[in-house]
Design a protein around this ligand. Structure first.
Ligand code: KG4
Length: 329
């Protein structure tokens, strides 16, 4: 069993992963409501909240039972330095008390492998041999701070295929929402309003939509929304559903177009999405259409594993451990 600890941004989380079953315990303490007041995460506030939140989380973990744990996996980077340090301190303190080793895990690696958590829990015993049906894999990580398309090779090495030059897809949702007068974080609200809007009503740019440009960019999209809204002189609220639908379509299009370009150059057996924006139903449907058309498997994370969580950190440690020991071959 592996204990997972996550604290990279505004979620404090603990989890327990059992290689024979899957995730057997997990709890997340989210600070989203606290930061909503400021329109984004306030690093100093986030660090202080982690200090408070880990106490009850660790009590719950202890009450669940951790006697079978062999390893502590903790998020090392990227993230807010103060927040990361609290998770690392928690992990090291636990390690001293429980006499366990600590493995530091890259947060993005955690997200990237999160769609494989349900694959593991379907058949834990054969997970590593089944994994061969999914590799190579193209994984699109879309969160509030990152937009990266990765390739996971047959021997589980990770290569970056495309990444954002400026804003992340989640930032495009959040900054767009702010311009529209919607609260932070804006992604799910834009999605809600978009559901009864016309996605073809307005045209927003899709940056780097050529095959030769293997990169993402979303800052121009946000700027185009700003200029677009100025023309309405405050009356845009009357058209908010169509604006949200058209804006969301531009973000989803930008992402899916790039994955389809990557598929031409990088033959793979499966595609997947992860991170907060992978909650978006339009993106999920478009990825399913792309996977079906190109005859690839599609792997999706459980919705509660799209946001920051400790289960994905423990799971990434499990994959790394077994792979480096050659377990699956
Ligand atoms: O993975 P995550 O927690 O990000 C980081 O901590 O970096 O995801 C948060 C991001 C926010 O930008 C939020 O607006 C976006 O995910 N998000 C969504 C949806 N739900 C969350 N974006 C689009 N549609 C959604 N349904």
């Amino acid at each position: 069993m592996i204990i997972g600890i996550e604290s990279s941004c505004d979620e404090s989380a603990v989890a327990l992963f059992d290689e024979k079953i899957g995730v057997i315990f997990e709890k997340i303490s989210s600070q989203v409501k606290l930061h909503a007041e400021y329109g984004g995460v306030v690093p100093e506030l986030a660090s202080r909240e982690h200090v408070k939140n880990f106490v009850p989380l660790l009590k719950d973990l202890k009450n669940f039972g951790i006697s079978g744990a062999k390893l502590i996996a903790v998020t090392k980077e990227p993230g807010l330095p103060g927040c990361l340090n609290i998770g690392l301190a928690v992990a090291r303190a636990l390690a001293i008390i429980l006499h366990l080793p600590v493995r530091e895990i890259n947060h993005l690696r955690g997200h990237l492998f999160s769609p494989f958590i349900p694959v593991h829990s379907q058949d834990p015993q054969s997970f590593f041999s089944n994994l061969e049906e999914y590799l190579p894999h193209l994984g699109l990580l879309v969160s509030g701070g990152n937009t990266v398309l990765y390739e996971i090779s047959e021997n589980l090495t990770i290569a970056t295929i495309a990444e954002t030059q400026d804003d992340a897809a989640g930032e495009a949702f959040d900054k767009g929402a702010r311009l529209l007068g919607l609260p932070y974080p804006g992604g799910n609200l834009i999605e809600k309003l978009a559901s009864s809007g016309n996605k073809k009503k307005y045209q927003f740019p899709r940056a780097f939509s050529n095959k030769s440009d293997m990169k993402f960019s979303f800052s121009g999209l946000k700027t185009s929304l700003r200029y677009f809204l100025e023309k309405f002189e405050g009356s845009f609220v009357l058209h908010i559903n169509d604006i949200c639908a058209s804006y969301q379509e531009a973000i989803v299009d930008t992402l899916v177009i790039k994955v389809s370009h990557a598929l031409e150059k990088h033959p793979c057996k499966s595609i997947g999405i992860s991170g907060g924006v992978s909650n978006n139903e339009t993106l999920r449907k478009r990825m399913l259409t792309l996977a079906t058309k190109s005859n690839k498997k599609l792997v999706l994370p459980l919705r509660y594993h799209t946001t920051d969580n400790a289960a994905m950190i423990a799971f990434a440690a499990y994959i790394g451990d077994n792979f480096s020991s050659g377990y699956h071959r």
